[in-house]
Design a protein around this ligand. Structure first.
Ligand code: SF4
Ligand code: SF4
Length: 140
């Protein structure tokens, strides 16, 4: 069966913050939850940045459960920001970019970036000696 992994911001309305919602998700829906950031205060609205993974049906069931609890779900859209003007065209990032978003032009010997091919794997962030890439978290 297909597996699914999603990064989401969960906004818990007042009154649900004290409920064991993440516990229920893990126990009843058989999903894995990796909490990446949390801003939870009892008696107030709360926010969690989470990665939820599991079988597709389990993740879909978990989403329905959250919506039933009036939890607002916002998918995270990761993109890579590239400071292209500082690039020295060393090619280190292109050698790790398996989807072909970063390619060295054989004629000009310059780096070409095609954001539409980027899968936000983050490998270029570590590869660039000048640290010209950074991750941008957007929310849908
Ligand atoms: S994040 Fe991954 S896919 Fe996107 S440009 Fe960097 S190495 Fe290529
Ligand atoms: S690793 Fe950095 S400096 Fe080298 S080509 Fe890629 S973006 Fe440019």
């Amino acid at each position: 069966m297909a597996r699914k992994k999603q990064r989401l911001v969960l906004r818990f309305p007042v009154g649900t913050v004290d409920e064991p919602i993440t516990y229920t998700l893990i126990k009843e829906y058989d999903v894995m939850i990796n909490i990446l950031n949390a801003d939870i205060t009892p008696g107030r609205e709360g926010n969690l940045l989470v990665e939820i993974s599991g079988e597709k049906d389990s993740v879909d069931g978990a989403m329905r459960y959250l919506k039933g609890k009036s939890v607002e779900i916002s998918p995270i859209i990761k993109t890579i920001l590239f400071n292209q003007s500082e690039c020295i065209h060393c090619g280190a990032c292109a050698s790790v970019c398996f989807p072909g978003a970063l390619i060295m032009d054989t004629e000009s010997r310059e780096l070409r970036f095609s954001p539409e091919n980027c899968v936000a794997c983050e490998l270029c962030i570590k590869a660039c000696p000048l640290q010209l890439f950074e991750l941008n978290f957007g929310v849908n």
